[in-house]
Design a binder for this molecule. Structure first.
Ligand code: F0G
Length: 409
């Protein structure tokens, strides 16, 4: 079956539809965001068995991803572990807590799920090159997938992006433009220059990114049953919308009974979305100078806020704000209680759970899945990297070692 027979692009506001070959990112009529809509009647999958016979990962669900399979650009992304964390659940004050550890994706973050699909689509559309603005992970991921697809790649990075991510983009051969400003300003530059360059924008405003990232929802639903909540860090508001898209598709296909509540977590100094949810506002009030230690989610004008708001409302979810101190405490707890290394933005989800339990936003008896979006080594700017003890000795001072160990333990 042709891809166009089972899916189309559709404006989230005025519902104007476009064919899958539409190269734009927003609706031509009203300028709002686009969804990829699957005609689920025509998707023939009706039970999990079809998927389970295949290797784990994004492409296990290929019937639900309407791109040309012959051009697939993949690094075997997805299929990440869901890890039960008993000590961390006690730390957060609830019964059952799982971490979905996206840090083990090929470039160390969930972005790879979106890139495998969106770069495949970029090849299908025959674009000249690809471009993104990024707090780091999108750039690292796009650079890797562009290299694999032999597409030229430009990444536009704000001040304060974590160095591990910037070095990844450089290593994979991307052109790097450093903006003396914020992510929001970097994204504005990308929007204003992409067309002139003939480059395809691969930020999450591109619906094909969401289409790949929705598989995160499929995977969680495959592994967790019953009632549960999902806590997820929110920056540009793409991923929370993507996970919810995946879950609603499964519900509409009859593959799951329950869908979870989606609870978005933002850092105090960069929380326009959480604020909007908390206050019940219908429009986003941007933050001009966003600040947080979690540089990945240091965003003041999230592009996908309407999709994210829809996810929170439809799932009867919520949004929570956490401080930098709470994020770093959670990052340390995840690393030291469970042996899992996640970057600060990822730890926001776990910090959010603890706070939500304290505030009575969630029932501690309900199971919770925290999406930990990126790997520890991405961002070395954390208190966590201050060692418990680091004592340098000369090779002839070995008798000191016993004394030092007894002092530390
Ligand atoms: N966690 C990490 C590690 C991220 O890198 C991002 C976003 C998010 C969470 C938030 O996801 O934007 O879909 O709400 N990073 C983008 C980037 C902005 O450029 O790498 P979101």
């Amino acid at each position: 079956m042709k891809q166009d027979d089972i899916a189309w692009l559709q404006c989230i506001s005025c519902h104007t539809t476009y064919s899958l070959n539409y190269k734009g990112y927003v609706c031509e009529k009203c300028g709002d965001l686009l969804d990829i809509v699957l005609d689920l009647e025509r998707v023939k999958v009706r039970d999990w068995q079809v998927f389970r016979e295949r290797p784990r990962g994004v492409w296990r669900y290929h019937e639900l991803i309407p791109v040309d399979p012959s051009r697939r650009v993949t690094l075997n992304e997805g299929g990440t572990p869901l890890i039960e964390c008993k000590k961390l659940s006690r730390w957060a004050g609830l019964k059952k807590l799982y971490i979905k550890f996206e840090g083990v994706n090929p470039t160390g973050s969930f972005k790879d799920r979106g890139m495998t699909v969106a770069v495949t689509k970029a090849l299908e559309l025959g674009v000249k090159g690809v471009i993104c603005a990024s707090t780091g992970n999108t750039a690292a991921s796009l650079a890797a997938y562009a290299a694999r697809a032999s597409l030229p790649c430009i990444t536009v990075i704000p001040e304060g992006a974590a160095l591990g991510k910037v070095f990844q983009a450089i290593a994979h051969g991307a052109v790097l433009i450093k903006v003396k400003g914020s992510f929001d300003q970097a994204l504005r530059i990308v929007f204003s220059k992409a067309e002139e360059l003939g480059y395809y924008i691969l930020n999450s405003v591109n619906a094909w990114r969401i289409e790949g990232q929705k598989t995160l929802g499929y995977e969680v639903a495959e592994e967790v049953s019953g009632e549960y909540n999902i806590f997820i860090p929110v920056g540009n508001c793409g991923n929370i919308a993507a996970v919810w898209k995946g879950l609603t598709e499964l519900k509409n296909l009859g593959l799951v009974e329950h869908t979870p509540r989606m609870i978005g977590v933002q850092a105090e100094g960069a929380s326009p979305f959480a604020k909007m949810v908390e206050e019940g506002w219908e429009t986003l009030r941007p933050v001009d100078n966003p600040q947080t230690i979690a540089s990945a989610i240091r965003i003041g004008r999230p592009v996908n806020w309407k999709k994210a708001l829809r996810a929170v409302k439809e799932s009867r979810g919520d949004a929570i704000v956490v401080s930098d101190k709470e994020i770093l405490e959670a990052q340390t707890a995840i690393a030291r209680l469970e042996g899992l290394g996640v970057e600060p933005a990822s730890a926001a989800s776990v910090a959010g759970v603890r706070k939500a339990v304290e505030k009575g936003v969630v029932d501690p008896d309900e199971a919770t899945v925290c999406i930990c979006t990126g790997h520890l080594l991405k961002d070395l700017n954390s208190e966590l990297f201050k060692p418990k003890a680091l004592i340098e000795i000369e090779p002839n001072e070995e008798e000191l070692v016993r004394g030092i160990i007894s002092m530390v333990l």
